[in-house]
Design a protein around this ligand. Structure first.
Ligand code: SF4
Length: 215
């Protein structure tokens, strides 16, 4: 089952800005939803990042002893439902931490019955750049945080609250091999473009992965 194909954008540990504790962040590659203003345009293309569930599990193995939970984002995890199912089954058998999955699909359209017991919390619905942004863990307030298990309720109830936009929480991650940096977490609206301008004004070559379209 773990030899099943999956498209992966990146892995990182520890991530502290996408759920409680020190988490393994898994960003899948490929998103067919394409919300205007999405900050992760680099994850849209489904034509790259090919690997297997087994390879992803092997790459994460050294982190499992220290991890409190997992955050699966993207990209759109439910665009790869078979791979997601195999991956979640494997996580559940290897670790007792909580599992948070992001999806841009409306909650009512997700095949949650098929994933019963495998996801503790889901943050659903497409990013809407015209909606306010006042809630923790979410890019826009139309996105719903739903606990699906007692563990999810236990770990995320305290996070289903208003965010402090004066102190956004982000992890800055450097990729030594590619020479890139990326931000894990949910930045404030416009922060990536502000950061890009700051770096460019300081003479750096800087681009962002934010979709320039506005609704
Ligand atoms: S916000 Fe999420 S669902 Fe929307 S386009 Fe970006 S990756 Fe896809």
């Amino acid at each position: 089952m773990t030899s099943i194909a999956i498209r992966l954008s990146r892995l990182h540990f520890p991530v502290t800005s996408l759920g409680p504790g020190h988490r393994i962040g898994i960003w899948v590659q490929g998103c067919s939803i394409r919300c205007p203003g999405c900050i992760s345009m680099d994850t849209w293309n489904a034509g790259r990042g090919d690997t297997t569930v087994e390879s992803v599990l092997n790459a994460m193995a050294g982190w499992l002893g220290e991890a409190d939970g997992f955050t699966i984002s993207g990209g759109e995890p439910f665009d790869q439902p078979d791979a997601l199912l195999a991956f979640l089954h494997a996580l559940r058998t290897r670790h007792s931490g909580d599992i948070l999955v992001y999806s841009g699909y409306p909650l009512e359209t997700l095949p949650l019955q098929r994933f019963a017991g495998l996801i503790d919390v889901i943050i659903s619905d497409p990013f809407d750049a015209a909606a306010p942004q006042t809630l923790k863990l979410r890019g826009s307030d139309n996105q719903r945080l739903t606990a699906l298990t007692p563990l999810g309720r236990d770990r995320f109830t305290a996070l289903a609250t208003e965010r402090d936009n004066d102190r956004p929480q982000l992890d800055v991650v450097f990729d030594d091999l590619a020479g890139d940096a990326f931000l894990a977490g949910v930045p404030r609206r416009g922060d990536l473009l502000r950061l890009q301008r700051l770096l460019q004004n300081a003479g750096h070559l800087a681009g962002t992965t934010q979709d320039p379209r506005q609704p």
